[in-house]
Write a protein that binds this ligand. Structure first.
Ligand code: NAP
Ligand code: 8YV
Length: 325
C-alpha cells in the first residue's frame, strides 16, 4: 500500500513506539494531540479520516470529535476500559469501537493482589520507615493481616476472575457483587453491594467506569464494611466517591485503602495524599512493557483487520459486529 492510498487515521494521544511505528507503516497517521490548533487540523483533514487510534484512558472520544470526522468508521481504544469513549453515540452513528480485552487481565490481576498485600502489610510505609533510620530505634509496629480476611470482589469479569483465581491460593473466602450471577464460579454472589460489604472486610473493585457505576462505593458501603475495612480499587476511580472515602479513612470508619485509579486522573486530592496509611499508585495496573505491547498490538490489529475488510477483532458490546438491524 502506498502512502497516497493508505487510510487516514488520527492518534488522539501518544502511543508507545511499538504500536505507533506499526500504524505509521500502514496508515497515514495524524497526531492530533501534537497540533497547536486541533480544530484547524480537524477542519483540514477531518473528512479524510476513517479511523481513530485512541490514546489512553484520559483522552475523551465523543460526539464532538465524531462531528469533525464525518467519514469515521472505527475507533480502536487503547485499553479494555472505554468509559473515555462515547460508545453509545458511536453506535448511533454506525461507528465501531474496539477495546483491548484479555491481553492485560493477568497483569492487572497481579498488580491488584500486590496492591492488596501492600495495603494490608503496609509495604510502602515499612520501606519508608527503614529508610528513615527508624528500625535502629525500634521494630515497625505489627500490621493487620490477610489471614483472617473475607474478600468481596466488585465486578467479577475477566480481571475480577483472574484476581479471584489468585486469591484462592491465599486460602481466603471470596464473594462478589455485579449485576448478574456468574455461572462459571462457585463464589457467593451478592446482588446487593451493601449486603456484601457488611459480610466481608475487604473490597477489591475491578468494575468499569461510566454512569452506571458512578460512586457506587460510597459512605453507605464504607459504613457497612466497618473499622477493619480495606478497599482496593484497580477498576476506575469514578466507581468510588473519593470525598466519602477520605472522610471514611479520616474518621476510622474503615481502616485503609489501596488505589491505582482516581476520579480525576492524574490529579489526586491533597486530602488523600496527606493520609500516610493509604497506598496510592499512578494507574499502573497494565503498565509493563510486555502487556502494553500486547495492548498496542491488539489496537493495531483491530485497525488493520477493519481496513483489510475482515471486520473488527474485539468490538465492544455497544457496537456489535456484524452490525445489528
Ligand atoms: P469485564 O470483563 O467487562 O468485567 C467488568 C465486570 O464489572 C463484569 O463482571 C460486570 O458484571 C461488572 N459490572 C459492570 N457494570 C456493573 C455495574 N453497573 N454494577 C456492578 N457491576 C458491574 O471487564 P474487565 O476486562 O475485567 O475490566 C474491568 C475494568 O478494569 C475495565 O473496565 C477498566 O475500567 C479497569 N481496568 C483498569 C486497569 C488499570 O490499569 N488499573 C487496567 C485494565 C482495566 P455484570 O455484567 O454481571 O454486572
Ligand atoms: C491503561 C486501563 O492504563 O485498559 C484499561 O482500561 O485502564 C489501562 O490498561 C489505559 O487504558 C491506558 O491509558
Amino acid at each position: 500500500m502506498t502512502a497516497s492510498n493508505a487510510p487516514d487515521i488520527i492518534m488522539t494521544g501518544p502511543l508507545m513506539a511499538y504500536a505507533a511505528d506499526q500504524l505509521r507503516s500502514r496508515f497515514t497517521v495524524h497526531e492530533l494531540w501534537k497540533a497547536d490548533d486541533r480544530a484547524a487540523m480537524l477542519r483540514e483533514i477531518g473528512a479524510r479520516v476513517r479511523g481513530v487510534a485512541g490514546g489512553g484512558a484520559h483522552v475523551r472520544i465523543d460526539g464532538a470529535l465524531f462531528d469533525a470526522l464525518p467519514n469515521l468508521q472505527l475507533v480502536a481504544n487503547f485499553g479494555v476500559g472505554y468509559d473515555n469513549v462515547d460508545a453509545v453515540e458511536a453506535g448511533r452513528r454506525g461507528i465501531i469501537v474496539t477495546n483491548t480485552p484479555d491481553v492485560l487481565s493477568d497483569e492487572v490481576a497481579d498488580l491488584a493482589v500486590g496492591l492488596l498485600l501492600a495495603t494490608i502489610r503496609q509495604l510502602p510505609q515499612v520501606d519508608r520507615y527503614l529508610r528513615a533510620g527508624k528500625w535502629l530505634e525500634k521494630a515497625y509496629p505489627l500490621t493487620t493481616s490477610l489471614r483472617t480476611r473475607k474478600i468481596g470482589i466488585v465486578g467479577l469479569g475477566r480481571i475480577g476472575k483472574a484476581v479471584a483465581h489468585r486469591l484462592e491460593a491465599f486460602g481466603v473466602p471470596i464473594a462478589y457483587h455485579g449485576r448478574t450471577r456468574q455461572p462459571d464460579v462457585a463464589y457467593r454472589f451478592y446482588p446487593s453491594l451493601v449486603e456484601m460489604a457488611a459480610d466481608v472486610d475487604t473490597l477489591v473493585s475491578v468494575a468499569p467506569g461510566g454512569a452506571a457505576t458512578h460512586h457506587m462505593i460510597g459512605a453507605e458501603v464504607f459504613k457497612a464494611l466497618g473499622p477493619n475495612g480495606i478497599v482496593v480499587n484497580v477498576g476506575r476511580g469514578t466507581v468510588i466517591d473519593e470525598q466519602a472515602l477520605v472522610e471514611a479513612l479520616t474518621s476510622g470508619t474503615i481502616l485503609s485503602a489501596g488505589l491505582d485509579v482516581f476520579e480525576d486522573e492524574p490529579r489526586v486530592p491533597a486530602a488523600l495524599m496527606a493520609l500516610d496509611h493509604v497506598v496510592l499508585l499512578p494507574h499502573v495496573g497494565s503498565a509493563s512493557v510486555h502487556t502494553r505491547e500486547q495492548m498496542g498490538q491488539l489496537l493495531v490489529d483491530n485497525l488493520k483487520s477493519w481496513f483489510d475488510d475482515k471486520g473488527p477483532l474485539t468490538p465492544v458490546v455497544e457496537t456489535p459486529w456484524p452490525k445489528r438491524g
